[in-house]
Unconditional design. Structure first.
Lengths: 134, 134
């Protein structure tokens, strides 16, 4: 496993319409795409800083992971995503190191990346996504 | 103001000794430096992914910003930092846009960057640091 960099920061929002203007109009970060990721139960608005993206995450339902996060903690930073060279070798290495994953198999995330999530229990309270670009 | 990229993600930790091994030994992200930033009341362990850094933040006292965060929310992602070309023009633009800053003047952060923090009230619950490399 080789970490290639910070791919994005995921931010849970109550409303894309209310939250996007800060990133788009105040900070003037380039908007890349808006995408529904059914597997994660979110609509995501993706901004590209040029070196790492900001993904605003709006829950499709209250019982989705982001919906539960919003109910418990309110809007704010939900996870960080690190790009890896090879997601399957990353999973093997993490499991060998005793790291707890949310799911043991990669799923397809936003922009078609293959992704896996490290449980916050294994990462000092941080939800860490690892993503391989295909 | 031009955003140049994600400079780092700041993560509040109870103990650098307990939290650093995940980033250093499991993810094998290169350790760059350990620095005390008196102005922010933290000791920070800085890891460089090659594209954006991870800064683990240990509070110097319970009444420091990170100490208060840990007491309220526990360990986890504390802030994101975006690199800007010019911190002073950023401050002027943000104030003109009605954005609330934690302090209106830049201070010297880790690695000598000039930094300012946008209040989470103005950024959808996210503490956003802007930093100019000198």
């Amino acid at each position: 496993m080789k970490i290639l960099g910070i791919e994005h920061i995921g931010i849970a929002v109550e409303s894309l319409d209310k939250s996007a203007p800060f990133w788009r109009e105040v900070l003037k970060i380039s908007h890349r795409t808006t995408e529904t990721v059914e597997s994660e139960g979110v609509v995501t608005d993706i901004f590209d800083t040029g070196s790492g993206k900001v993904e605003l995450l709006s829950a499709l339902s209250e019982d989705s992971p982001v919906g539960k996060f919003l109910a418990k903690r309110g809007p704010g930073i939900h996870h960080i995503c690190l790009q890896v060279d090879d997601i399957r070798s990353a999973i093997v290495e993490l499991k060998a190191a005793g790291v707890e994953l949310v799911k043991d198999e990669p799923s397809v995330g936003a922009e078609g990346y293959l992704v896996v999530f490290v449980h916050p229990r294994s990462a000092g309270g941080v939800l860490v996504e690892l993503a391989e670009r295909r």
